[in-house]
Design a protein around this ligand. Sequence first.
Ligand SMILES: Cc1cc2nc3c(=O)[nH]c(=O)nc-3n(C[C@H](O)[C@H](O)[C@H](O)COP(=O)(O)O)c2cc1C
Length: 407
Amino acid sequence: MSLKLQKSDRVPFWTPRQPKVGKFLRYFDGVDRDPPTLFQPLDIRGMTISNRIGTSPMCTYSSEHFEANKYHLVHYGSISSSGPGLVIVESSAIDPLGASSPNDLGIYTETQAATHKENIVDWAHVHNIKIGVQLGHAGRKASLAAPLNGQLGVYVPKEEGGWPDDIMAPSAVPFDDSGVTPKELTIDQTRKIIKQYGISAKLAVEKAGYDFVEIHAGYGYLPCQFYTKTANKRKDRYGGSFENRTRFLLETIDEVRSSISNEVPIFVRLCADENVEDPEGWKMSDTLRLLPSLVEHGVDVIDVCSGGLNYKEYGWDHPNFLPPKEIAKQIKEHSDGKILVASTGGSQDGAIANSFLNSGSMDILLIGRIYLKNSGIVWQFADDLGIHLEQAKQKAWIFDAEGYLKK
Ligand SMILES: Cc1cc2nc3c(=O)[nH]c(=O)nc-3n(C[C@H](O)[C@H](O)[C@H](O)COP(=O)(O)O)c2cc1C
């Protein structure tokens, strides 16, 4: 056997060739049996993920000119080399006016897509991880301050790089009482935005090299502003009836589908419930009504969340509040196995995380904030369940070497 390490051909610089990081190897006790569900591979439209843990999209507010940089290489590098089955990269604006803050990532130019490839995608592929990007347009929630200094929900004035006078939404209904009222999109502007989702999806797949895309229709982003009556007061083909209000999302899905190869999976993050008592609010029953259309339009994975759409929303302590894993369970029950469901669950223990999948609550467990605290969470889940996984070579060898720190 050669003593020379093999070079990875995924990046221009020297780094060792890696196995499929996060793939099940064996139980600690050496007895041959199936891996726990959490660590079984899953096929999504021909894309196979090595385990059923995904990183939930989380804005890092660390871009200048909406481009990825070395921060993203370090941040997503530590996540993607730690072995989740898939990574969903933070909301990346499909249009400069649709960025939630001046420090968001964007994916509407070739230059931006090239920075995603160099600083995010290639490193995930060194570790044989599947990675996708969330395509975002924040609509009336655009031009907010990056909250890194604790300023939540503050619109950035023009002098400081914001665009409060150019914020667009289905109707001129403000998100909150900040005094910033969005401009109502014309039909032509609406169609242009739908086209832009397709352009960004194509850039994401063909230029940046992402394995899948996710349409951000959760947390009050533009597609939800169209589908809820509380934000959409239009009288044209994009407002009024249920069919008209959901048209924007369905046309966006079709545009994305026709802009990328048929083999590339499409995820949709959906705000399943607006969490308001207002009868005009989007409800779980509306989500279940929309479900067959999402299946029909070729969505592969529904990634569920709730809230973020109405500043009058109730919290988790309200009797009507549905936790994401309960939403996911209801969607799975109604979908008859025709669509995969991803959801956050908040577990910090591998056995509990595994039980979410065994109980049929979801197909993919997404991890958000815990990943920020503990980028070794996948390895920890494997330890909790008594199994060895493939790990990045630089970390694995000391645990594998006979006579060394064997688990
Ligand atoms: C810092 C931060 C940034 C986030 N950014 C996004 C985002 O870009 N897109 C999105 O859909 N959700 C975003 N979320 C929501 C998370 O993806 C996730 O749904 C939420 O944190 C709940 O999961 P958790 O309990 O595992 O953290 C963000 C959450 C956090 C904490």
